[in-house]
Write a protein that binds this ligand. Structure first.
Ligand code: 13P
Length: 355
């Protein structure tokens, strides 16, 4: 099969994922990262516990009202729920589209600054994506990471390599019928001002779409997953939420083609409440392009849910997940009233974050 064969399906699935009022639940933490989350609630990182936690998420009644898709780690895509049914079927029964993280992680980028990375996983990707499609996945994610430093990062090399990797990935998974979520994350690490983030982000996202053009990516069958345009976490110049929302939308307007159906932001270490407030403010701005502006949050959707579940209380965990999913759904329509749903203000930022 080729991209041409899947063209209509890719457009249909990208539009379904970008349906107004809905966003994406990112649950594709690697086994190491989920281990850190589980250890924060004193739960051991065993396959049974990972199943119990994610099985709890995927059987939350009414979740499909706010969530269009869930990004899974490979283990979960092929895993059974504790009750014996496939995890993928649990999501399909709820009306949530299963997705899969297809990158194989960040690696040092030789010739660049020692902190810079490229994202690995292109070898055999068309074939792997076909296997994931057969298992029920209909979209994919690939996370490239760039960092801003005082000594010139991100370098031109890192921008070129990461943009190229994202575009090659996007084209490769489209060949096998998966909608690519294109994620050029700019880390919050650093002491730079918001203006610097804006300059870097504009250059990076433009490079990504130029590479997509060269690779023949079908933009109508993709989603963009950027970070919000915030100052560095250690910046002495804090920005008001309204300034972050305005700057973020301005950068998106300059870079993201109108043919892309949706922009789904990552939360990147923002607290649950801040992630909802920023998204809400962005949706209050009269923007020039019609892409749906929504969320694909990991930490900002799962933090209070994980704590409420605590390894045993399924109902409390599901209630906390619904609270944040509903809040972010409202924010994606510009209708969120800050503090109207239980949430955590705890900053979820971790320096040099890996997923
Ligand atoms: P956060 O929302 O926790 O940043 O994670 C989203 C994600 O999928 C990162 O790749």
């Amino acid at each position: 099969m080729t991209l041409k064969y899947y063209k209509d399906e890719l457009k249909k699935n990208a539009s379904a994922l970008a349906k107004p009022g809905k966003g994406i639940l990112a649950v594709d933490e690697s086994t190491k990262t989920i281990g850190k989350r589980l250890s924060s609630i004193d739960v051991e990182n065993t396959e049974d516990n990972r199943k119990a936690y994610r099985g709890m998420l995927f059987t939350t009644p009414g979740l499909d009202e706010f969530i269009s898709g869930a990004i899974l780690f490979e283990e979960t895509l092929f895993q059974k729920h504790p009750d014996g049914e496939q995890m993928v079927q649990k999501l399909q029964k709820l009306g949530i589209i299963p997705g899969i993280k297809v990158d194989t992680g960040l690696r040092p980028l030789p010739g660049a600054n020692p902190i810079e990375t490229f994202c690995s996983g292109l070898d055999g990707l068309v074939e792997r994506a076909a296997d994931y499609y057969a298992q029920g996945a209909r979209f994919a994610k690939w996370r490239a990471v760039l960092q801003i430093t005082d000594d010139g990062c991100p370098s031109k090399l890192s921008i070129a390599e990461n943009a190229w990797g994202l575009a090659r990935y996007a084209r490769s998974v489209q060949e096998s019928g998966l909608v690519p979520i294109i994620e050029p994350e700019i880390l919050m690490d650093g002491s730079h001002e918001i203006k610097k983030t804006a300059l870097v982000q504009e250059e990076v996202i433009k490079a990504v779409y130029a590479a997509c053009q060269l690779n023949g990516v079908l933009l109508e069958g993709t989603l963009l997953k950027p970070s919000m345009t915030t100052p560095g976490a250690d910046s002495s110049q804090k920005s008001e939420p309204k300034a972050v929302a305005e700057m973020t939308i301005r950068i998106m307007e300059r870079c993201v083609p109108a043919s892309v159906p949706g922009i789904v932001f990552l939360s990147g270490g923002l607290s649950e409440e801040a992630a909802s407030v920023y998204l809400n403010l962005m949706n209050g701005i009269d923007r020039k392009a019609k892409w749906n502006v929504s969320f694909s949050y990991g930490r900002a959707l799962q933090h209070s849910c994980l704590k409420a579940w605590g390894g045993k209380d399924i109902t409390a965990g599901q209630n906390a997940l619904i609270a944040r999913a509903k809040a972010n759904s409202e924010a994606s329509k510009g209708l969120y009233v800050a503090g109207s749903q239980p949430s955590s203000d705890e900053a979820l930022f971790v320096a040099g974050y890996t997923y």
